[in-house]
Design a protein around this ligand. Structure first.
Ligand code: MN
Length: 148
């Protein structure tokens, strides 16, 4: 996907968000940003192939196994966004406040056309998760049952 969409949507002389550089190699960080925009949602981002693959999760990332949450894929974000917290001014794309709700590292266990399997190691979230691609931009984010 790259960062073209991300940059097209924003005016970097107006928003405090990072424009982003070329991206770095293989990181394994994740972040959940609580975004109080016109509608509250949680942005879930995984560092994959030099960008942050991103999903907006209206009800937040589940911490109980078996709970399914809609996750709408959004444009790739630059890796620098992982530390972003602040206020996007009124009138700008995504206007509202962004705070870091959780962060940590993840291990990618499987990647296929159907989705992603990964394990999170954050301050709030931990354990095995799947993101299943349903259709278009829609995915389901599910915490898996703990292995006995
Ligand atoms: Mn958002």
């Amino acid at each position: 996907m790259g960062l073209e969409k991300y940059r097209q949507k924003r005016k970097f002389d107006k928003t405090p968000e990072p424009a982003g550089g070329a991206g770095s190699g293989e990181g394994n960080r994740f972040v959940v940003q609580k975004h109080q925009a016109s509608h509250l949602h949680y942005d879930f981002r995984l560092e994959i192939e030099g960008v942050l693959k991103s999903w907006a999760v209206p009800k937040g990332v589940p911490d109980v196994s078996g709970v399914r949450r809609l996750a709408v894929q959004t444009e790739d974000h630059p890796v620098e966004y992982i530390d972003f917290a602040g206020t996007i001014p009124e009138g700008e794309y995504g206007a509202g406040t962004v705070e870091i709700w959780d962060k940590g590292t993840f291990r990618l266990d499987n990647k296929s056309p159907e989705g992603l399997e990964f394990s999170l190691n954050g301050e709030k979230l931990s354990g095995a998760y799947v993101l299943i691609h349903t259709d278009g931009k829609n995915w389901l984010l599910i915490k898996r049952k703990e292995k006995p």
